[in-house]
Every structure is written in C-alpha cells, then in structure tokens.
Design a protein around this ligand. Structure first.
Ligand SMILES: [Mg+2]
Length: 257
C-alpha cells in the first residue's frame, strides 16, 4: 500500500468523551515526525472547528485549526452554495457560531431549511413535531450526518441518524447529507491534503460512515477496533473494510507496507 496521507476520524479513534485513547497521542506524534500529512475529519457537531482543534491540542494532539474538517463547516459551505439567503432552523447540538454565513431562525419563524446536527435533548417530541410540520409545509431537509450512535464515557448514545429516517419517511423527502459519508466531504479532505484518493487512507470506528464511505470515494478504508466498534456492525456492514486494525497505532505498520 502506498499511502502518503491520512484522514482521521476523531471520536472513537483519537478520543472518547474528549479523553485521548491509549497510544493515540504517541501515534499522531510519530506520524507528525515522519511528516505524514493528516487531517482530522469529524462529524462531531457540538463544538466549532477551532474549539475542537483547541481541545485536541490540550490533549496532546498537535493539530492546527485548519487541519480539522468538520461536518458543520461542510454544512455551512453547502447551504451558502445550494440555499443562499435561506432562513435556516438548526436542530441539535451544533454551535451557531460555527455556521458562518448561515441565517438562523427559530422554528416558528417560517424556515426554508431544517438543518439537523448531532442529537441532544432538543430532539424531543414537541420540537420534532414542529420540524415535521415545517418540512410538510415545504422546507428542505439538510443533515450534517446520519450517524446512528456514538460512544461516550457513559456508553453508546443514539445520534441524529436514528431520527432522520422517521422524518424522511413521514415527509417523502430524503435529507441532503453534508458530513461523512457524503462524497463531497471526503473530496474536501483530499483537496485539503493535496493528494489523490489512491494515496490516502481514512481511519475510523464507524464502518459505514467512515470506512465504506471513504472506500466508495476511492480512499483506502481502515477500521479500528476502538470507540463504538462492534463485531456485529462489521458483520452487518455489507462490504469488508480494506483493513481492520486494533487501534490507531496500527496505522504505523500499514504505512510500512
Ligand atoms: Mg468515530
């Protein structure tokens, strides 16, 4: 394998609940020492890009702000291009300050677009019903990702992807996805690295959104057995990852090959 650059998922690969996973800080330091270009590609929406980069640096991962690519930044770019001047209702945990150039409004202010971010307590019956009615009234559905679950210190949690199918089926509208596994997001990662897909590997703990998503963009997919990894999700995935490794430290061996 001739891999010259890496796209790294954050949650479940480098950290869980913002705590570094065992060996991850050392692995990233060794990759930096070997001058392997890397970008962190995360569907985490609860913090802005610079806050995520800051949090990673606090944990010992030396990443600059522009080495972190988030689904929220991708969503802002998508909305500015596809829905310029739209009035947007934001559902979920994303920070409004991370959505540059997006005109946010409340649910009762006649939004043109519902933008779904990560699940949090705002995904309640009243709000989801309000979203349903706005969508039935003609608003467009855009989501940062359709991740089903994510791993926290307390255990696995439902994420936005557990709610989206209900909204889609009730309204007959498929959500436009801006984060992983959207092709456009992986392409943005490749552009940022300045490398073609055939020379890049994506490392993630989500077999569908990280690994198979990357593989369909021509990127080498690497699944780690950390974070929310489960044998049964791997068995149900529909296609095999190019590589399965115990933890992110295994990337060092893959680069040797
Ligand atoms: Mg992950």
């Amino acid at each position: 394998m001739s891999i010259d650059g890496l796209l790294l998922d954050m949650d479940g690969v480098l950290t869980v609940s913002w705590e570094p996973l065992s060996g991850a800080v050392e692995t990233v330091a060794r990759l930096h020492a070997r001058r392997v270009p890397m970008r962190v590609m995360t569907n985490t929406t609860s913090k802005s890009r610079s806050a995520i980069a800051e949090e990673l640096r606090r944990s010992g991962f030396e990443f600059a702000d522009d080495e972190v690519l988030t689904a929220a930044v991708a969503a802002s770019e998508f909305l500015r291009e596809a829905y310029p001047d739209a009035r947007v209702f934001l559902l979920g945990d994303a920070r409004p300050e991370g959505l540059d150039g997006v005109h946010l409004v409340a649910l009762d202010e006649d939004p043109d677009v519902v933008l779904v971010s990560g699940a949090d307590p705002s995904f309640n019956f009243e709000t989801l019903n309000g979203v349903l009615r706005v969508l039935l009234g003609g608003a467009s559905l855009v989501a940062m990702h359709r991740t089903l679950t994510w791993m926290t210190r307390e255990g696995e949690c439902l994420d936005a992807g557990a709610y989206l199918p209900g909204l889609e089926q009730a309204t007959g509208q498929a959500a436009a996805i801006t984060g992983k596994p959207a092709r456009a997001f992986f392409d943005a990662g490749l552009r940022s690295l300045g490398l073609p897909a055939g020379r890049v590997a994506m490392v993630g703990d989500d077999v569908v959104n990280d690994v198979l998503g990357a593989q369909s963009a021509g990127i080498t997919g690497v699944l780690v057995r950390t974070g929310k990894f489960r044998e049964d999700s791997l068995a149900r995935a529909g296609a095999p990852p190019d590589h399965v490794i115990e933890s992110v430290a295994g990337v060092l061996d893959l680069l040797e090959d």
